[in-house]
Design a protein around this ligand. Structure first.
Ligand SMILES: NC(=O)c1ccc[n+]([C@@H]2O[C@H](COP(=O)([O-])OP(=O)(O)OC[C@H]3O[C@@H](n4cnc5c(N)ncnc54)[C@H](OP(=O)(O)O)[C@@H]3O)[C@@H](O)[C@H]2O)c1
Length: 307
């Protein structure tokens, strides 16, 4: 039985060492290494390899990232279980980044960046955190972990998900019918949705028009959630006051794109949270053990929902 690691060599070396220690009976196969395709039961990758059908006994396809939207679903044979990456390193980094983004937007750091360029020493008024309402699109593993970190600041916290939720200290909305009420009370909107047919393009002019005037956007989902033209319009007309984007469409954003130079926008190159090989290897091993024992897999994707 073999595990095929189809990602970068640096992370592969760490995975190999941990697998050798923890699962010595499972053959670990790195990229380009020969393997009998019939022996491959598990495959870890970012994109689905074109020759996936040669692994006739493949049972679990692991994504090296937290999302699976990069997988072309039709290219994954039906009986194969698809699993996204759920691991402590990703969770911790997202907690840091969301805290950084919320405080950046709350404390007007983008406006100060522009004032600094003019050598202008100009204090700006800021509401108390208890009056700045934070709303999360998506209340999954990463949003809930970020929310825990934000609680001590005393921002009013809300979120929106597909199914009904109850989370301590968080006003929870759900479903299409719950979206308008959620948006109307959100001063800083955080997008932590998966990219699916239902959520593609969700951050658009119509959605921005339902936020209070002067709201801010922290986008850490996927580039294709956002209508970038609508964002620029909303910023230029004062409907939105600022935006921090970790994801864009395309990535990288072309040098001539107006978002790069926009005074009300901060951009980072999809680094909010990155799979950490030490913790990720342990989480994949845990899932392989669960699979071998016939237990439920952590991060198993519902292929009909798309996340
Ligand atoms: N920028 C980065 O570096 C980075 C890193 C990691 C992840 N991400 C992004 O973060 C996303 C979320 O990750 P996660 O692990 O927190 O995912 P998750 O645990 O699967 O949570 C997804 C959340 O979105 C909600 N949702 C999905 N479709 C919806 C819809 N149509 N309407 C309303 N709510 C919907 C789900 O609702 P239910 O709870 O009702 O199912 C759930 O609360 C990833 O898919 C990826 O796009 C970005």
């Amino acid at each position: 039985m073999a595990f095929l690691f189809n990602s970068d060599a640096a992370r592969g070396a760490i995975f190999r060492e941990i697998f050798a220690r923890e699962l010595p009976d499972l053959q670990f196969v790195g990229p380009g290494q020969p393997v009998d395709p019939d022996k491959v039961r598990y495959l870890l990758t970012w994109t689905v390899p074109a020759d996936i059908s040669r692994y006739r006994n493949l049972e679990v396809l692991f994504s090296i990232g937290a999302g699976i939207d990069q997988f072309k679903q039709d290219s994954v044979p039906e009986p194969v279980a698809v699993v996204r990456m759920v691991e402590d390193g990703i969770i911790r980094m997202m907690q840091e980044y969301v805290t950084l983004g919320i405080l950046t937007l709350h404390r007007e750091m983008l406006a100060y960046r522009e004032l600094q360029k003019q050598c202008a020493w100009q204090p700006l008024a800021v509401p108390q955190a208890a009056r700045r309402r934070i709303g999360f699109l998506g209340l999954g593993i990463l949003a809930q972990a970020a929310i825990e970190r934000l609680k001590p600041f005393q921002f009013p916290l809300a979120g929106w998900s597909r199914s009904k939720k109850q989370i301590d200290g968080v006003t929870c909305h759900h479903g299409t019918d719950g979206l308008a009420a959620f948006l109307a009370e959100t001063d800083i909107l955080v997008c932590l949705l998966p990219l699916t047919d239902e959520t593609r393009g969700i951050l658009n002019a119509d959605l921005f028009s339902q936020l209070p005037a002067g709201a801010r956007l922290l986008h850490v989902g996927r580039g294709a959630h956002l209508d970038q033209t609508a964002l620029i319009e909303a910023l230029d007309h004062g409907r939105l006051a600022a935006a921090m984007l970790d994801v864009t469409d395309p990535e990288p954003l072309p040098a001539e794109h107006p978002l790069w130079q926009h005074p009300k926008v901060a951009i980072t190159p999809h680094i909010a949270s990155v799979t950490q090989p030490e913790t990720a290897a342990h989480s994949v091993i845990e899932n392989i053990r669960r699979h071998l024992a016939g237990k439920n897999l952590i991060g198993l994707v519902d292929r009909t929902r798309g996340y």
